[in-house]
Design a protein around this ligand. Sequence first.
Ligand code: BES
Ligand code: ZN
Ligand code: ZN
Length: 511
Amino acid sequence: MALPNQVSPPQIALSSAAPTGVLGADAVAVPLLTGDEGPTLGPGAAELLDEIDLDVFALLEHHKATGKTGEVVEHPVLSREGLTNDGLRSVLFVGVGQGSPVDLRRAGAALARRTKNKETVATSLAALSDDAGLRALVEGLVLGSFGFHRRSEGAKEQPVNRVVLAGVSDAPERQQALERALALAGAGWMARTLALVPANEKNPAWMAERAMEIAESSGLKVRVWDEKQLAAEGFGGIVGVGQGSANPPRLIRLDYTPRGARRNTPHVVLVGKGITFDTGGLSIKPAEAMMNMKRDMTGGGVVLAVMCALADVDCPVRVTGLVPAAENAVSGSAIRPGDVVRHYGGRTSEVRNTDAEGRLVMADALAYAVSEVKPDVLVDVATLTGAMKVALGQRTGGFFSTDEALADLIATAGAAAGEPLWRMPLVEDYEERLESKVADADNAAGGPGAITAALFLRHFTGGLPWAHLDIASVGDSPVDAFEWTSGATGFGARALLHWLELREPLAGVTT
Ligand code: BES
Ligand code: ZN
Ligand code: ZN
């Protein structure tokens, strides 16, 4: 990616040695579990205490350590006498709660934050965990290390360079679990990075260039429509939203075909909202509300990141990724309130609010998918409505689904990935609010905003099983919270990959 001078995630390796046996580590981290009678030391601690002279119980008591998830107690190693590894400088006791995957993901992120600028950390945090725990831990370590900057003198701090997961088998199955976790966490990392690139660098053509790089590196087919092709083929929503900007719109299509695919291999389409900046257009946003709108392409970034990782997670179904990309700008050529756009396939929308632009571009991409890709399932992901933040806050995404089995698959994947998604209802009674005096629908039907937006999109899904992820509120985290770093979260990349790596991602879905 053409992003110079960014920090890189730590390298992560498995070792069957005890953490104290990892030569060259400047820190050793061992788990601390919560227990009924205070915290208990986990694997690796006994070997550590054999080598260093430390009254660990006094230390933990002094810090009032409980072993709760994410708590970290660090202590310097002053004397190197009797150490197997004489590079050791500090020991860390990391709270892992009950040691569940969620605990381990959060503990991994906490450890990553506390070991910034260190060279190598050897940790026994993975020693008690199964594959799910190992994967979660690695996701936490990588994503807790995330950083992004455009500072002339380089990043303020560097992630720990190397993490050795000690005291675990390095058998091929464990190695595979590690590779999967790195692919998933890497997708989260990429989605965050894409969202954080400033809009003076990131326009629709830039998004298309990133897609072409991903196609090249991951062996995907790629097609990009420019503004002339979009107009010629009837993508009126994308053209309309993009017409006010000096940076013209694009539609991006990426295709993944699994190894050994047959004619009847199921096909999924992912659509991601790619608004590279949302001023609101002529229905302009107040300055405060515009501040983070370079991130309004988070859904598109999630789709690109997921497409990039599908081969690495051995996804068994065909996947087509579509990203309608446009800049919603203010200018003399911008779309106006009251304009009517004609979407791909002919359905029309009255643009009563130019700030409800996401659904206009998503509608074209969904209609194109139904008519030209003819998938078995449609899933879209978009920072679509501020209303979602009011409904669910900033720690849980919302989704809608027309299929019960698909809804269960998405909710389960979100929970397993640490990206919780709460199902919202497609209330039929609100359908009448979409009515327009002049067109097939009004793009700003009013409240309840997240639901009417979903109902608007449903008209373009051709009756296919469909899930719509509205990630407006969770695309951004106001603070560092476990594996979420303050700023862009890349929310959705991990959830979608947890779904698409299943052996049967469409199990039970009515296709
Ligand atoms: N991009 C915004 C939604 C959004 C809001 C994303 C806050 C992230 C944080 C979207 O295009 C928008 O402005 N939606 C309007 C729709 C309304 C005008 C019908 C909204 O939600 O207010
Ligand atoms: Zn908007
Ligand atoms: Zn928007």
